[in-house]
Design a binder for this molecule. Structure first.
Ligand SMILES: [Zn+2]
Length: 270
């Protein structure tokens, strides 16, 4: 019996050492929208995060109830983000919807958030009244704007508020030269790497992106973007893949991108 106890002790010690060696992750781009709740219930979400080694996640969800549900089961893991959509279909209509701003103002008066987003906006549409008002609300409440957009729309956010804090979603859709140019121009611009595979080839970071990560190690965060319920089943695999390409960077840079930047920017929130 004693031998068995010793073996069990050694096995569990080995496991915890292995887990501790894994780079923790701050995932800055997760969704838990209404259609995900029955497919992956809140407790299962928390299990997935733990299994993936994601110690904290910034979550938004269409109609915002999903974020609340996750906060209730794992308040220390979930950083809440205010989504300007009540249902999936509002991605393309929110910017012109007259009922949107009262909805956001109501939620902001009731709950605490760290960011507004992720919202989708491109080019000149970023100057529509609803988007301008979202930029104002972010300023008023000290929130990040999590913008799925092109460089033109990001530029318009900063024209409206030069001190805006913008988290550019899927910055990898843009060329690395352009992202570098934007980061140099706007000191309060950060980039998430959700769905960015252009920067990785065969598990290695490609030239262009490598220089960018090294020049701006404080400006990038990870994201697994669970935009459909099925994506929750890829979170563990995505975390593994992220650790793989991060290991190709200098360790201090990898740690920043993996979790230190997310912690510093969003982690101390409500
Ligand atoms: Zn997204």
């Amino acid at each position: 019996m004693r031998l068995l106890a010793l073996v069990l002790l050694l096995v569990s010690a080995g496991l915890s050492t292995a887990q501790a060696d894994e780079l923790p992750i701050f995932d800055a781009h997760m969704h838990y929208s209404h259609d995900a709740w029955s497919v992956v219930p809140p407790r299962e979400v928390v299990e997935i995060l733990k299994k993936a080694g994601i110690k904290r996640a910034m979550v938004s969800s269409s109609n915002n109830e999903g974020t609340k549900m996750l906060q209730e089961v794992a308040p220390d893991m979930i950083v809440p983000e205010l989504r300007p959509y009540r249902s999936r279909g509002e991605i393309s209509t929110w910017a012109r919807d007259p009922t949107l701003i009262p909805y956001l103002e109501d939620l902001l008066s009731k709950r605490q958030y760290r960011a507004i987003g992720e919202f989708h906006i491109y080019g000149a549409d970023a100057d529509l009244p609803n988007v301008r008002r979202v930029v104002e609300l972010a300023k008023q409440y000290g929130l990040y704007l999590h913008s799925h957009s092109d460089a033109d729309a990001v530029t318009r956010h900063f024209r409206q508020d030069p001190n805006a804090k913008v988290l550019w979603a899927h910055s990898g859709f843009e060329r690395s030269e352009k992202v570098g140019e934007m980061l140099r121009r706007y000191p309060t611009l950060w980039c998430d790497l959700a769905f960015l595979s252009a920067h990785v080839s065969n598990g290695k970071v490609v030239p262009g992106w490598r220089e960018l990560f090294i020049e701006f190690p404080d400006r990038f965060v990870l994201g697994s973007d669970t935009f459909t319920p099925e994506r929750w089943h890829y979170v563990v695999e995505n975390a593994r893949w992220s650790r793989q390409w991060l290991s190709d960077l200098p360790p201090a840079v990898a740690r920043k991108i993996a979790y230190e930047n997310g912690d510093r920017l969003f982690g101390s929130g409500p």
